[in-house]
Write a protein that binds this ligand. Structure first.
Ligand code: F6R
Length: 244
């Protein structure tokens, strides 16, 4: 299902409402989370709901999509830091229930294996929140990544390094690799909410939703997902044949 909202604010409210409903229905929801600019408004809404005592996060279990390789949890651009600052530090989540790949792990292969295992042991991801890269990636599954992939170390595409350099002092500071859930790992989530906002996502969104299913646009696999809601703002939807 594709939902088009007038603007980013409405998109964030819509996504937060769906997450709220899922948590109210299952207080020990296994929630897959994304970082980046897109979910920031959604996280703000969730924090607000927590402050108003509408939502209790004490039993939810979270798995983040990815982390930069080489960045420690307290590095200001790490996704550990992002999550603490933009969500976890503001809600009553049990720290033991938080899972984010450790960017400093010595044995990265073991970490990837253990991450998959932890997801399985939690019973699988009930609801996965996703953004989309301007190159059509989900997680850090860049063009060319196998659609069967599981948690692995990924080399960031040049366009992703460019996109993400806005968060770093200079482009050279952006790590070149990340640990990411694989395409198949993401696809196995029972329900997915894909969010995209802004004109710079319009081409990737059109290719992902209306183009062929291909490893060149890893988000295109989502066309096959049985339970997905895509929430777009008007700008991100502007190149869709059906809605643009
Ligand atoms: C983040 C992630 C990425 C982002 C994507 C969009 O955890 O896995 O796939 O969702 O790069 O990023 P923004 O939202 O910053 O445009």
């Amino acid at each position: 299902m594709i939902v088009i909202k007038e603007n980013y604010d409405e998109l964030s409210k819509g996504a937060a409402k769906l997450i709220k409903e899922a948590i109210l229905e299952k207080p020990n929801l296994v929630l897959g989370l994304a970082t980046g600019s897109t979910p920031l408004g959604t996280y703000q809404e969730l924090i607000q709901m927590h402050k108003e005592s509408i939502l209790d996060f004490s039993r939810i279990i979270t798995f983040n999509l990815d982390e930069y390789l080489g960045l420690s949890a307290n590095h200001s651009q790490s996704y550990h830091y992002y999550m603490k600052k933009n969500l976890f530090g503001e809600i009553n989540i049990n720290p033991e229930n938080i899972h984010i790949p450790d960017g400093t792990a010595k044995d990265v292969k073991a970490l990837c294996r253990d991450y998959e295992k932890a997801i399985q042991e939690a019973g699988g991801i009930d609801l996965q929140i996703l953004g989309i890269g301007s190159d059509g990636h989900i997680g850090f599954n860049e063009p060319g990544t196998s659609l069967d992939s599981r948690t692995h170390v990924a080399k960031l595409a040049e366009s992703t390094i460019r996109d993400n350099s806005r968060f770093f002092e200079k482009k050279e500071d952006v790590p070149e690799s990340a640990i990411t859930m694989g395409v198949q790992t993401i696809f196995e989530a029972k329900k997915i909410i894909l969010l995209a906002s802004g004109e710079n996502k319009a081409t990737a969104v059109a290719k992902a939703l209306e183009g062929p299913i291909t490893s060149q646009i890893t988000a295109s696999i989502l066309q096959r997902h049985p339970n997905i809601i895509v929430i777009l703002d008007e700008k991100a939807a502007s190149k869709l044949k059906k809605y643009g």
